[in-house]
Design a protein around this ligand. Structure first.
Ligand code: NZQ
Ligand code: ZN
Length: 387
């Protein structure tokens, strides 16, 4: 176990109708709020009306930034910062999934930064000093953004998708009402479940050997995805399935699994470069790439970790450790395809001639991966295998 400081300050209001506690939480935010949302799902399912009715009832003045796209763009962030400055905004409420929340977080940090907000992604986390307070109303599970200090933004001009991380970006509160996810389409339930699964794997496949408690928690969360992902797809209004996935999504990436050990994040690094170039849904990209990352990093040295995974998550038995490890990888891919995910990059429109460029972008600032360090050529092989 490595040393760490545990700090997860987001207040989580979990359950049906927790939206009613929104105004109480906003008391410390001030009177002028920016609400940020996506392309319209919250208007169709009534969440927009619930939030704005509450704001009006409590005399909170609000302005809006709508139209945030999946794989949110830096141009939306720029627009949001301008709106905050124009209306002297005190705090932000993000109503949506990871894209909306990440856009809101970057607006919150960019508000206090004099230059262009994209600089924050290039200069690194130390460029962030302060942020407006953020609260979230989560409408889709997967990213864990509702409880962490990360934001991932795409830049259309440079074809990059980069992340920032800072404690000031952690939401002050998050409203997690599982019924708000009842209307999420099947494709996004599947993608979100795989995103959760991948967040857990990125921390589970760690070079830190002594992480017993982290590993057992991780396995419990992986099993929750395996149990409840398919159920949520079959029965979209199954409250328990949605609730289990929602809480697993938050726990998978709020720091809990990563504290006390080194984490990997190579598959995410590659996926972000793919979705920067082709606007692929994040969870879909991960479904395609994860089994190939596993195949590539499975060596004599790493077999034991794969055996631990295969035995504890997929209940695979046998004598030959390499066979057990391989079966664990096959089970992983089968789980993803059972949720309707494609298995090749070609199937989501990626062109072969672009793979080298994607590999270069993946390692543009430094090699990726801590479980196994990957340079440009390693990434290229994984991409070619996944093609
Ligand atoms: O735009 P609207 O109309 O709201 O539709 C959205 C969007 O089309 C729809 N949706 C959301 N809630 C819904 C709903 N449709 C019906 N009913 C509802 N209740 O779902 C679509 C996808 O939404 P999006 O926010 O893009 O999905 P997700 O939550 O998976 O976020 C993905 C983004 O988060 C980043 C990804 O890279 C990607 O850009 N990530 C953020 C992380 C973080 N901040 O910690 C970590 C992750 O690894 C990830 O990289
Ligand atoms: Zn992810």
């Amino acid at each position: 176990m490595l040393d760490f400081t545990y700090l997860v300050p987001t207040k989580v209001l979990f359950g049906r109708n927790t939206i009613e506690r929104l105004s109480e939480e906003l008391k410390t935010f001030g009177k002028r709020i920016l609400i940020v949302y996506g392309k319209g799902s919250i208007k169709k399912n009534g969440i927009y009306d619930s939030v704005t009715t509450l704001l009006r009832r409590n005399s909170v003045t609000y302005h809006e930034l709508s139209g945030v796209q999946p794989n949110p763009r830096i141009s939306s962030v720029r627009q949001g910062i301008a709106r905050c400055r124009e209306h002297d905004i005190d705090g932000i409420i993000a109503i949506g999934g990871g894209s909306v929340i990440d856009c809101a977080k970057t607006i919150a940090a960019g508000f206090y930064y004099e230059g262009d907000p994209w600089d924050l992604f290039v200069l690194g986390d130390s460029a962030i000093k302060q942020a407006l307070p953020i609260g979230t109303v989560l409408t889709m599970t997967g990213t864990g953004s509702e409880m962490n200090g990360n934001a991932v933004i795409s830049n259309e001009d440079t074809e990059q998708k980069l992340a920032i991380h800072h404690s000031v970006l952690r939401p002050r509160f998050s409203i997690l009402d599982p019924t708000y996810t009842f209307t999420v389409p099947t494709h996004h339930i599947a993608a979100g479940t795989i995103d959760i699964f991948s967040h857990i794997l990125e921390q589970y496949f760690s070079p830190t050997k002594d992480a017993f408690v982290q590993n057992r928690i991780a396995e419990a969360l992986l099993l929750t995805c395996v149990n409840y992902g398919p159920l949520a797809i079959k029965q979209p209004k199954n409250y328990e399935a949605r609730a289990q996935l929602m809480w697993t999504s938050s726990l998978a990436l709020n720091g809990l699994l990563g504290y006390g050990r080194i984490t990997d994040w190579a598959t995410h690094g590659i996926e972000h470069a793919v979705s920067a170039a082709y606007d692929v849904t994040h969870g879909v990209g991960l479904a395609i790439l994860t089994p190939h990352w596993m195949d590539y990093v499975l060596t004599e040295e790493t077999t034991d970790k794969f055996v631990e995974y295969a035995q504890n998550v997929w209940k695979i038995t046998g004598r030959d450790t390499h066979t057990i490890a391989r079966k664990g990888i096959m089970k992983t891919q089968k789980f993803f395809t059972s949720l309707g995910m494609p298995t090749t990059l070609r199937a989501v429109g990626v062109k072969e001639e672009k793979l080298t460029d994607i590999a270069e972008k993946t390692v543009m600032y430094k090699p990726i991966g801590k479980f196994k360090r990957l340079e440009k050529n390693d990434v290229l092989i994984i991409l070619q295998n996944a093609f």
